[in-house]
Design a protein around this ligand. Structure first.
Ligand code: UDP
Length: 367
């Protein structure tokens, strides 16, 4: 059977890499990878780390492009590719514009769609934007659904997806995490050495990129971080997203502070090292919330809505939004109260056991 795997952004590449590795090693499948280049540079670093070569690269990005322009270009180019290659299946992951457009192009060509990380929902049309609607549309277009958790499976069943078209697998991000940690086990990644971060201990790690936080959200969060670092005398490492809406504000509020290390976006191995050695994580990222419980790190979630309620329910993630006082209070509590810290630093992970990719492959072999 011929499968084309579509990926466009860094998290898609991370979460699909372990599946691609297994598919490529299995002779029952001819596996081709198409990179749409939605996040070109950050995506390439991940592909290189996992030694994956894209068989097709679509050039779809243009400066200041609107979503409609991106979607229509993706649709046409993916349609052409499907016409030429005639795969049996396409595989997509998550909720990006690449995911949605590839699924639609596959539907037009009557190609079966396999959707990994299916069933996540905030039930808020505009948050996250446009991802919530990308997920809903992708579900309607998919032929087989791989939700990571029971909760995401329930969302699919509630929308009328038949139970025999669903398999709960855990999230493949945990597979990638374990593979990645193994790869960096014996050496500190070069980027960490270059930035001289190897001796910074017990730091707060921050990542922030969501549109919802652009503007006053980022300002409030940075203000909280400045106060926490000062009052708790704790170092901060902050890989800052390249979007000027994020970068300029962060540098203005947190720049020129010897305790606060503002660094460029970290390549995946560097980021895994930073996660593994951190004390506390502040993030608005989906993937980071899923990774952190496996490493026993508490997370303060810089969002008001979440499509990942499992970790909040399990107690490893606490939702603080962009409220300066709340972020400050929660972080100071975790940093000064060991039992509060230990309560959140559990190692059981609701997002999986690192074997999701094998479950996906086994189910594909039965199709
Ligand atoms: N990540 C990375 N470098 C960074 C920040 C995050 O490699 O500087 C990784 C992280 O390990 C996780 C993924 O990127 O697996 C999350 O991606 P992102 O936060 O961009 O997107 P989201 O998960 O929110 O869709």
């Amino acid at each position: 059977k011929k499968v084309i795997v579509f990926l466009g952004t860094r998290p898609e590449a991370i979460k699909l890499a372990p599946v691609i590795e297994l598919l490529k090693a299995d002779n029952n499948f001819e596996t081709l990878v198409c990179s749409t280049g939605q996040h070109k540079e950050m995506l390439q670093q991940v592909l290189d780390f996992f030694k994956i070569t894209a068989d097709f690269s679509l050039e779809v990005m243009e400066p200041n492009q609107q979503l409609a322009g991106l979607t229509s270009k993706l649709l046409v180019k993916i349609n052409d590719l499907l016409l030429a290659e005639k795969p049996d299946y396409i595989m997509v992951q998550g909720d990006t514009t690449t995911t949605m457009a590839a699924s639609l192009a596959a539907f037009y060509n009557k190609v079966s769609v396999l959707h990994i990380e299916a069933g996540l929902r905030t039930f808020n049309k505009f948050s996250p934007f446009p991802e919530e609607i990308n997920r809903v549309i992708t579900t309607r277009l998919s032929d087989f659904h791989y939700p990571p958790t029971d909760q995401s499976e329930r969302n699919l069943l509630d929308e009328g997806i038949p139970a025999d078209k669903i398999l709960v697998t855990g999230n493949t991000v945990i597979d990638a995490l374990f593979l990645g940690l193994e790869k960096i086990e014996n050496a500190i990644p070069q980027g960490i050495l270059d930035l001289k971060l190897q001796d910074v201990k017990d730091y707060i790690l921050i990542t922030m990129h969501r549109r919802e936080n652009h503007g006053s959200g980022i300002q409030n969060i940075c203000e909280a971080v400045r106060r926490i670092s000062e009052d708790a005398k704790i170092p901060v490492i902050f890989p800052v997203h390249l979007n000027p809406n994020v970068k300029d504000v962060v540098h203005e509020i947190l720049g020129n502070n010897p305790m606060i290390h503002l660094i460029p976006p970290a390549a995946y191995p560097e980021f895994l090292w930073l996660l593994n050695n951190s004390k506390l994580i502040l993030t608005d990222s989906g993937g980071v919330q899923e990774e952190a419980p496996s490493l026993g790190k508490p997370v303060l979630l810089l969002r008001d809505t979440t499509e990942r309620p499992e970790a909040v329910e399990a107690g490893t993630v606490s939702k603080v939004g962009s409220d300066t006082e709340l972020i400050y209070k929660e972080a100071m509590n975790l940093l000064t109260n060991q039992s509060a810290y230990d309560g959140m630093a559990m190692r059981s992970n609701p997002y999986g056991d690192g074997k999701a990719s094998q479950r996906i492959l086994d189910s594909m072999l039965k199709m």
